[in-house]
Design a binder for this molecule. Structure first.
Ligand code: ATP
Length: 211
């Protein structure tokens, strides 16, 4: 069975930076699927701008029709902060011995040691770090030690083992951030071409980033 990519994020809103990275990883790593998991209550920020249901809907519209892309609302039924370690535990319980690959951008990876029970994450999934071409993962400090212990350059390792390795992969870097999109919309500008039209339509119709 091919590995399952787990792509968590606030997706407030989802944009082509997220989608292109996920698509390249789906193909290049020969993942069976990429599960987009919108965070219900992101631990690292006070509150989101668009409510969870709307962010879920935007992801659903953005990935519609793409084989291998699925959206997962598994964080919505839990109370309290949406910790990645709990999400991976839930997917692990559901998918048994399947290989799980937690997909993170370089910025998220650099903050890994601030995550709730971060030491348990590699016991549940591999870490796949998507980064811009030419970038290297840090090789000093706690993350350097982790990389020395768990890093692999061999993508087949992600298929052979269910969890425990760190793999990094260069993806086309689109300099798009949700923060900038929200700022643009709040300033009365149109976010067209930064995300699929269906997502843009939801933003315009709901007015979720207008104030
Ligand atoms: P915000 O600007 O609100 O912080 P964001 O655009 O960074 O949002 P998130 O939903 O916080 O998006 O990110 C989810 C995941 O997607 C993270 O692992 C992040 O590193 C990654 N990511 C964010 N923007 C990009 C991008 N342009 N290209 C590739 N990956 C991205």
């Amino acid at each position: 069975m091919s590995p399952i990519g787990v792509f968590g994020g606030t997706f407030d809103p989802i944009h082509y930076g997220h989608l292109r990275s996920a698509y390249e990883l789906l193909q290049d790593l020969e993942l069976g699927e990429v599960r987009f998991v919108p965070s219900a209550a992101p631990p690292h920020r006070g509150s989101t701008f668009a409510p969870a249901e709307l962010r879920y809907r935007m992801v659903e519209i953005a990935i519609a029709g793409q084989d291998g892309f699925v959206v997962d609302d598994c964080e919505f039924g839990r109370d309290g902060p949406s910790y990645t370690v709990d999400t991976l535990g839930a997917i692990r319980a559901e998918r048994g011995a399947a290989s799980l690959c937690l997909i993170v951008g370089m910025d998220a990876y650099l903050g890994l040691t601030t995550w709730h029970r971060w030491e348990e994450i590699l016991g549940l999934a591999h870490l796949v770090v998507a980064h811009r071409p030419g970038w290297q993962l840090p090789n000093t400090g706690a993350l350097g030690e982790l990389l020395a212990e768990c890093g692999t350059e061999d993508v087949r390792e992600l298929h052979r083992q269910p969890f425990g390795r760190i793999y990094h992969h260069a993806v086309t870097q689109l300099e798009i951030a949700s923060t900038e999109i929200r700022g643009l919309v709040a300033a009365g500008k149109d976010p067209r071409y930064l995300m699929p039209d269906g997502v843009r339509d939801i933003i315009v119709e709901s007015g979720c980033y207008t104030n």
